[in-house]
Design a binder for this molecule. Structure first.
Ligand code: ZN
Length: 310
């Protein structure tokens, strides 16, 4: 069964210009910040440990499903396969990183997905999920087996050919304003580019400090209808460095009912959905992003709403 797919081109400004815009934005919120255009390092190596070397070659973003499939009540038929999603974004041999809901049919529970995999000819899977242990109430991190490429309900993904090439190298240290790393960059792009949608995808790591993350518990049996109920349902934790995040963001809604930013990450045995760091005085981030050429909207919900998108 093929999924409905819409596609719109994104605005693709010159790398040097985006680097300057991001650096200006980060300097307003961090004591030390720099963004430069570099040749993508081998991201297969630690500390990133991704499944492909680079973030380049046919860069694109996709927003799959959405929060309306999770709430008010879960729609259990909304199960996807990343191999098929890669085909949906016209890249059957893709390197994909992303943040979404894990494959509950395999996991046996609702979970956070840190997607990091290659599909097609040289497939490999480094994806992880984080779920809530129903007995202890604590989080559990699990690496998915090579054969498990499912996800569910909602996913924000960045896909490319996994090649080396030019990328943006982001560094930020000591937060001085009330914003998270990604929102700060998104806002900078929005202020500079206005109605033109600029979308970035890639990875960042938390080198020092702690972040507030959530992990979704089991699906709610009671309908969730507003942000206050969302926050009552979610389980929040403070998670320490080092962590690696899969991250996407887009500066502006472009008529596709998008989630504008979404980052999931993991450490040694913890992981979840990124909200913000809780240690402004010592926090330190480093990331690599590419500028996406297209935004794909896959299986867009017909009945949408605005809550649960933080
Ligand atoms: Zn999330």
């Amino acid at each position: 069964m093929s999924l409905p797919v819409e596609r719109k081109p994104l605005h693709v400004p010159p790398f040097e210009e985006v680097a300057a815009v991001l650096q200006n934005a980060l300097k307003k919120s961090f004591a030390e910040a720099s963004v430069s255009v570099v040749e993508c390092p081998d991201l297969k190596q630690q500390p990133f440990g991704l499944e492909s070397k680079g973030l380049c070659g046919s860069p694109r973003l996709a927003d799959v499903g959405g929060v309306p499939y999770l709430m008010p009540l879960v729609k259990r038929e909304k199960v996807y396969d990343l191999k098929e999603l890669a085909k949906s974004v016209d890249l059957p041999n893709a390197f994909v990183v992303g943040a979404g809901a894990g494959p509950f049919p395999y996991v046996g529970a609702n979970s956070e997905l840190m997607a990091n995999l290659k599909t097609g000819e040289n497939a490999s899977n480094g994806s992880h999920i984080a779920k809530i242990d129903t007995t202890s109430g604590n989080y559990v991190l699990q690496k998915l087996p090579a054969t498990e490429t499912g996800c569910a309900l909602l996913l924000n993904m960045y896909a490319c050919e996994g090649k080396s090439g030019k990328v943006l190298h982001v560094k930020a240290k000591k937060r001085t304003a009330d914003t998270n790393l990604v929102s700060c960059m998104k806002k900078g792009l929005e202020e500079f580019y206005g109605d033109k949608s600029v979308g970035l995808g890639g990875t960042f790591r938390l080198i020092e400090g702690k972040v507030k993350c959530h992990v979704m518990p089991e699906f709610s049996e009671a309908p969730i209808t507003c942000d206050a109920e969302v926050n009552k349902w979610l389980k929040f934790f403070e998670m320490p460095a080092p962590m690696v995040f899969m991250s996407t963001f887009v500066s502006k809604e472009n008529g596709l009912d998008l989630r504008l930013e979404h980052s999931h990450g993991y450490g040694k045995d913890w992981g979840g959905h990124y909200h913000y760091d809780t240690t402004p005085d010592i926090v330190e981030y480093e990331g690599y992003y590419n500028i996406a050429e297209f935004m794909y909207r896959v299986d867009r919900p017909k009945d949408s709403h605005g809550f649960g998108r933080d």
